[in-house]
Design a protein around this ligand. Sequence first.
Ligand code: SF4
Length: 333
Amino acid sequence: MKTFDFRRAVSVDDAIRSVVETGGSYLAGGTNLVDLMKNGVLQPSALVDVRRLGLTSVVSTDTGGVRIGAGVTNSALANHPLIRRQYPVLSHAILSGATTQLRNMATVGGNLLQRTRCPYFMQTEFDRCNKRMAGSGCAAFDGFNREHALFGGSEQCVATNPSDMAVALAILDAVVHVQGPDGARSIPIADFFTLPGDAPDRENCLEPAELITAVELPPSAFAAHSWYLKLRDRHSYAFALVSAAVGVELIDGVIVSAAVALGGVAPRPWRVPAAEAALIGRRPEDAVLRRAGEQAMAGARPLSQNAFKVQLGRSAVHRALARALGTGGEARP
Ligand code: SF4
């Protein structure tokens, strides 16, 4: 690891000023950033510690939603009574990721900014990775790509976003609040992550020195019927091959609103309106849920090693919907 400057910010303004002055990076839980620094993937000139800015509250909003400070740990959020009661799919998604120790350190803001776990990105021994070194190529195309994207990739990069939390936030229509040198702004989660296109080094729409300060959730109609299903190589401490976050609102036995998002298959949480349309206005019969799974994976573009994820995705959506509606047998964690 290379030497770097270290500053402990005492306020949001102080943190932003420090990053502008040093050109460094914000440090929260450090569970991903420090790993990348140890591997030599990232070499920031400075770290600005943002763990003491008071961004650690979870509070109800006037509109009946919840505002979550960016510094809230993943453990605290997953176990918070408001989240467990009003947004169980978020709690469920967070608890399916990493380990207890990591969740105790990792923060909401950091979770949104974690980098892909593509092995060619994570290890500097590999010399072809457009995300790490612009113009060097993409080793995944003719190499190990079973974990890579089916949707949203480009000729430059087919890496996936690793966050479980973000997939749940996608169906909850979260809004990300940020503050930077030019002031504050609010970004719908649907617009927060970017696709690689010709610039795979960029993964979100944050401008230089912008700091995530909070994530806000509007009131949700899905508290009674939602689920996060994560399919992976091991039962714990593994990233999703495919995951599905689903939420359904039922009135008189008919689905009146629905949200479906996939994880592990795209460079960002992949919301699938076609699957949602296949549900709305229908009774939740098994054939309808199965059809939603098929719609979720329509248009998938598998690579040489990951065609198996197409069927996995269909099953994930079907099973998640069944469990959300109480027809599956799995208990929540
Ligand atoms: Fe790098 Fe993206 Fe290709 Fe992985 S998929 S090697 S991160 S360019």
